[in-house]
Design a protein. Sequence first.
Lengths: 511, 152
Amino acid sequence: MNETYSKLDRSNVQGLILRGYTHPFSCHLLFSFINNGVEANTKIFFDSLYDKVQSAVDWGKNKPVSMLNIGITFNGIKLLSTANPAIVKPADLNSFPSSFQNGPWSGYSQQSLTDIYNPASVPSNWWNGNGDNVNANLHCIVHVYALSQQDLDELVNYVTAAASKNGLVEILPLAEKNTNGRLYQTIVDNDTAKIHFGYTDGISEPALGVSGSSGLPTQEDFSNFIIGYGNSTIVQPGPFDNTTASIFAKDGCYNAFRILYQDVATFNNFLKQQATKFADALSYLGLNESELEEWFAAKLCGRWRNGSPLMLSPDKPSNTTNTAETGEDFGYISLDNPSLPDPSIPSASRCPFSAHTRVANPRNQNLIPNTEGTNGPPRILRRGIPYGPQLKTEKDDGLDRGLIGLFLCGDFALQFEKLYGWMNYNNFSVSPFYNVIHPPQDAILGNRSLVTATNSPFPGVTSSFIIPIESTATSPRNSITIDALPQFIATRGTAYCLLPSLRSLAEIAGR
Amino acid sequence: MASPLTLYVQIKQDATSQTIAESMIKAFATNVATLLNSTDIVHYASLCLVPNPSTTPGAASSGYLGLLLLTDFDLAMTPYLQVFYGNAGINSFLSEVASIAYNPVPALDSFTAFENFIVGANLTPTPPSTSFETQFYQAYPWTVNQINEAMK
């Protein structure tokens, strides 16, 4: 255990940061501090909510029936600073990282996120078509969790009443035909760990308290996520100076709050089409059509839909490798023959290079040292949950559904945006993993619009997907290629928030 | 399309700062350009001194108003600033630029401070959030790695 981590004041850190909640009910409420040009009474609003904020202190056996956490955007902090300079001096606001200040819709962030290239994802259309207005006026997000629908409703009503009473305006991020426009958690297939594409999510998470064998922080060390623990860390979460901004931000963590629509009908139909198209080439597997669909789903993700990783269970889903305890101990080199010139290449025959989990966390795969560094891949903490009704039909029903993504990090540019850039352009590993002239994309999350875009930072990108397979006498090929992966995802909105410390929330509340 | 960076820093007018600026120009090609070569993402870099304006039309001016670094590197701007922040020689060079800045710059001792300095001093208009178009022309779209690969 990292010594500094063991001394971290957990009572000062919002609980969401250090642990993934398993409460089956949640709602994520968006607010503006401005109502028709009039500033809200944020002090009383935060005071009303303060006692409901869950810290990272272990709750033992008494799991809270309901609780909340709060994120604040840079524009929100700016307003709080103007109203009360004791919180953060206005002159110190520039100490916050420019990526946080500028927001995810800014040109710099969009170089990685690339929403501007997909008409269904452009920032001006985010938040139910009110993108520009909401991007400028979204000031805080309240994440409400509960053990039952009734407990959730009670706390949601409490928060919205406090907001209304103190002049805050609730922003509805979805069309009102979808759960009154709010972001409520959905339970897919009666399994709180499942997302709409059918995968079990949230298995691989950084072990925050662990330092490297040399005693120096690794990419997974908590000091790369929690602000204020030294500039000797890899990420150096900031602000880390002597300004009031750094005092305010200490023990906080950034949250890229991203709403991703998932086109379930297109995804399911794609799996069916591939199972039919490649049935002969894959006949050696001895799988029926439904099993072949699962095989393709696993190849796209890098894990079977039950969570077991292809590297450990290459032939079929396993119930012994499908949890964080049993399905984590693998790399993309160690299983292979070390006598080969590049021992990591054959691992693609188990898990394709562009499979989602391999792109998002390539583990021990060799990265290009000059550009990606020598400390291993950047990590983020994921707290994703599905929203919207489960699709019950083969064809799309026109309803909104997808993922409420909370991607926690210490630096948006170095962790969240860098990984997003990788997902759009798989050029981060040493060749010959990929074609340098035409790098592929993440098989699930890649933005396919970039393939035909001009002026993008990703020249030559392709949406084709190569799946290495076994060469047989009847099918003498060593891979199958899907020429053009469809667009499975669209962005409904993104906000960059700071999850401040309890002490800073108390400061805002005037306590 | 790579990320253009037009870093302009107004410098102090005292003799020491002006001398440092001149020496940086002289050392740039041998010291910094070699380091940039190792990054494999920089297309070009040029450092120049911007002269002070003359006080009378036609009269010669003396001294320098600022330093101007023109460069262009692959991939998204802010995530890949870490390549330069993590390179001790390039970091030292940019810290020296910051040390003679007319407007005080916080010590570049964290990535956040480094990022904020570079982004704040970048004269290239921030790409709009509606397209990737910038006030920048590039004859070819390819990355340094792609060009090197094609030339093999």
